[in-house]
Design a protein around this ligand. Structure first.
Ligand SMILES: [Zn+2]
Ligand SMILES: [Zn+2]
Length: 217
């Protein structure tokens, strides 16, 4: 119920902010004119996704520091095993930061408003999948180069460290910040060839299963 309240509360306030901001947004070049060709739409959405992921990485990293974590980001980390509904379980300041990082590229490029809507739908989908506890092999965002799957962010919640990236793990790999439990899980999953896996399990059991059995010796 708390997640539901935050989901509707945050988005209601955002609706008011966006309505008031529309004249300013139009000055930046965002328009409701004819749609660009399909290949331009795909290209623009890919640019939005990569820019958003890069900016969100640094914002998220900053939110894990001292005062910012204590006062703002710790609310999102109250949930160590989230569900899809928890994708908006944020402090309102964090919700605004994440909305802003997602809109930097569309605003700078003066995108068509309908392309921005498609982008928003994809972004919400990423967030829902990242918190739902499942790794869907049919997740359409898997078509995006470097995308690792919705399970990546789930492991950030388990220990509140590592896996800082939203969906593209390359920055975590560069800084050596991949969550250890995720590395174990990934090895298990690839070894077992499981494509649909619920993640609510104890990684220490997985380690134990991989140890050679002492029975029969
Ligand atoms: Zn999260
Ligand atoms: Zn975090």
């Amino acid at each position: 119920m708390k997640s539901l309240g935050l989901l509707f509360g945050h988005n209601a306030v955002l609706l008011v902010i966006l309505t008031i901001a529309w004249p300013v947004v139009r000055l930046l070049g965002v328009h409701a004119g004819p749609m660009p060709p399909w290949w331009v739409v795909i290209l623009q959405i890919l640019i939005f996704l990569y820019v958003d992921d890069f900016l969100t990485y640094w914002a998220h990293k900053a939110l894990h520091v001292g005062w910012f974590f204590k006062k703002i980001h710790s609310i999102h980390h109250r949930v160590s095993h989230p569900s899809a509904m928890d994708n908006s379980y944020f402090h309102f300041a964090e919700f605004l930061i994440l909305m802003a990082t997602g809109q930097v590229a569309p605003l700078l490029m003066g995108a068509n408003i309908y392309v921005i809507w498609i982008w928003l739908a994809i972004r919400i989908w990423q967030s829902v999948v990242g918190h739902c506890g499942y790794a869907f092999w049919w997740d359409p965002v898997r078509l995006v180069p470097l995308y690792e799957g919705g399970d990546y962010h789930y492991f950030h919640h388990i220990d509140a460290r590592g896996n800082i990236s939203g969906i593209l793990p390359y920055l975590d790999r560069i800084w050596g910040a991949v969550a250890p439990k995720y590395a174990i899980y990934k090895g298990e999953r690839l070894g077992g060839k499981r494509r649909f896996l619920k993640l609510r399990w104890n990684p220490s059991q997985a380690v134990a299963r991989r140890q050679p059995s002492s029975r029969g010796k």
